[in-house]
Ligand binder design. Structure first.
Ligand SMILES: [Zn+2]
Length: 612
């Protein structure tokens, strides 16, 4: 089914209310009746998602994603996202097997090049061009076209995976957080994508996208878009060869990307720092040294008997064959050392010439924990027989995920070009993981990390303050005597905390609050949220009861305040939807126009099978 055919089957337009200073992002449901966003399958509520059908839950998630981005970007022109779930049969781009597959694909409906835009030679995604020019250049058409995989969890497609439909970012093992998928795909639609065919290096008949103007060829130290097709092709399949650059991105890197810890030991003959992998459950790594003392027993599979020797020092503990068991996991070994008073834990392998692993588990310890090779562990043991061995934690010279400049962020350029994901994503070496990597990482929640900075560099006006958006969930109409729910999303885009934050909501006389869930559970407004950390995304789901004499339109207004206001704050948002018969935002005839370039992307779940 072509995109045009999908659009022609449009059945619902779910629209969003006016956001006073952010962006209105409208979700256009283009699934056929009974399919995808209209799937009537009954489901139980999950993680604040109150939808009662599979389709409703997906729409609510899309709307929540729209409020998060709507609180982050500014545009006077509503952004319409044509959205649908499709099967690989509907859309052959959705390559999927039982173990790997594409979860979402997004196309920009049109790229705009004009002398009126800041970089006339660039192709601007139409949503950005509209924002910059204050005009809808393709009236009546969607600006972003997003498709999501409806077959995840079936025998033929990622059979052991499923989507998490909650709004709280708490997927179970084997679940992909669907909201993260939506936030990721929207970002492509806002402009996080290259127009280059990475396999050939060619732009075809298209101009370079504005994103391409920010791609830096690390190998040749030159702007990528200025190179020949052959030069572009030569580096598009070379890990570390391309990076994204921009002023806002460079400024944001220190806020998000971490250095990696290193580990050195004063053992003659060992090259420092030694190969080292931090544990997923490690506490912070201090830049500090201490004697490394072998635990007794060395495998740490029972309470340690040399606590007095370990106190304040780093415990050396060997991996053991029973690591996969219930009682001798890496996490348990490390906890025994922590309980014994150790200041850190060095786990070492029990197999020679084996790759390092990063032990996982939870909850995290308060002390640093890392993993070294059998060779390193053995050398420490031998040296400790004749002298005290001092181990020292340090850190890498560069933050993770950046090129040698320290402020350009590497792009995804795997050795085998992935036509729908190479270049148009960040690389996979960043810590913490980033929203715009080609695969979903469970640690990516809703803070958008570096993405707003990238979009700022592309030309978007990005909110840098406290921002609130209120949106009616599900269909854009009010029915007297019914109980509509609203998504009240508060985002702190400041680099600093917002203090004494309060949220208020006003609605027509006669309406009453039936329930509040999420960040505000007080049952009444105003609601105090206290201190809101930088990057925090707080959702409150408010369900009202509408009286029989409901006004038309039905106006709900959200207001936020903080005791330390900022001129960058966006503290007012209004939902205006019609009551009963009016359809509000009408659908439009015909489908979106796709201008040549269909840019994509791709989220492949991580391969399972991690050994402890
Ligand atoms: Zn992607």
């Amino acid at each position: 089914m072509s995109l045009r055919q999908i659009a022609a089957s449009l059945v619902v337009l779910t629209c969003f209310p006016q956001a006073a200073f952010g962006a209105d992002i409208l979700i256009q449901d283009t699934n056929a009746p009974g399919k995808g966003l209209n799937d009537p399958t009954q489901v139980s509520p999950v993680g604040l998602n109150f939808g009662t059908t599979r389709g409703q839950q997906a729409i609510i998630l899309l709307q929540y994603a729209a409020t998060i981005w709507g609180a982050t970007l500014r545009s006077s022109i509503p952004i319409v996202v044509d959205s649908a779930f499709v099967t690989p049969t509907d859309d052959a781009r959705f390559v999927c097997s039982s173990t790997a597959g594409i979860l979402g694909i997004t196309a920009v409906a049109a790229f705009i090049s004009t002398q009126s835009l800041p970089v006339p030679a660039a192709g601007y995604p139409v949503a950005l061009a509209n924002a910059l020019l204050g005009e809808d250049l393709t009236p009546g058409e969607a600006h972003i076209i997003s498709r999501f995989n409806a077959s995840v969890g079936t025998a033929a497609c990622l059979q052991n995976q499923s989507f998490y439909y909650g709004l709280e970012g708490k997927p179970d093992a084997g679940q992909d957080d669907l909201l993260s998928v939506f936030l990721h795909e929207f970002s492509h639609g806002f402009g996080f994508l290259s127009a280059v065919d990475a396999a050939s290096g060619s732009f075809g008949s298209n101009p370079p996208s504005i994103f391409d103007f920010h791609v830096w060829d690390v190998t040749d130290a030159t702007p990528w878009q200025s190179e020949t097709d052959a030069q572009r092709q030569a580096v598009a399949d070379s890990v570390g060869a391309l990076a994204l650059q921009g002023q806002a991105l460079a400024a944001a890197v220190p806020d998000f990307l971490e250095y990696l810890p290193t580990f050195s030991v004063d053992v003659p003959g060992l090259q420092n720092p030694v190969p080292f992998a931090p544990a997923g459950f490690s506490g912070p790594f201090p830049l500090a040294g201490a004697p490394v003392i072998a635990a007794q027993p060395l495998d740490g599979c029972s309470d340690l008997t040399n606590a007095s020797a370990l106190a304040g020092n780093f415990a050396l503990i060997q991996r053991s064959g029973s690591d996969g068991g219930v009682t001798c996991r890496f996490l348990d070994k490390a906890n025994r050392a922590q309980d014994a008073g150790a200041a850190g834990v060095i786990l070492f392998n029990d197999q020679p010439d084996a790759p390092l692993i990063s032990p996982s588990g939870s909850p995290a310890l308060s002390i640093p924990v890392g993993f070294v090779s059998l060779e390193t562990g053995t050398a420490i043991m031998q040296r400790a027989g004749v002298a005290t061995v001092i181990g020292t934690f340090g850190q890498t010279a560069l933050r993770t995920g950046v090129d040698s400049s320290g402020d350009r962020v590497l792009l995804y350029t795997p050795p085998t070009v992935a036509s729908v994901s190479s270049v148009s994503h960040f690389g996979t070496g960043a810590t913490p993981a980033l929203l715009m990597e080609p695969t979903i990482q469970p640690s990516v929640l809703y803070q958008l990390d570096l993405t707003p900075a990238v979009l700022s560099d592309l030309g978007w006006s990005v909110v840098k303050g406290l921002s609130v958006v209120v949106a009616k969930a599900l269909d854009p109409q009010i029915y007297p005597n019914q109980d509509p729910s609203y998504l009240l999303t508060l985002v702190n885009r400041r680099p600093l905390a917002a203090n004494d934050v309060s949220l208020n909501l006003t609605f027509p006389a006669g309406a009453t609050i039936l329930s509040m869930a999420g960040a505000c559970t007080t049952g009444t407004f105003p609601c105090s949220l206290g201190t809101v950390a930088p990057g925090a995304v707080l959702l409150t789901v408010v369900t009202l009861h509408v009286p029989s004499a409901a006004p038309d339109p039905f106006v709900v207004t959200a207001m936020a305040s903080a005791s330390n206001p900022s001129p960058d704050d966006v503290l007012l948002s209004t939902s205006v939807v019609p009551t009963v018969l009016s359809t509000g935002c009408s659908s439009t005839a015909g489908g979106p126009t796709l201008l040549g370039l269909v840019l994509l992307l791709l989220l492949v779940p991580q391969s399972p099978g991690r050994r402890l």
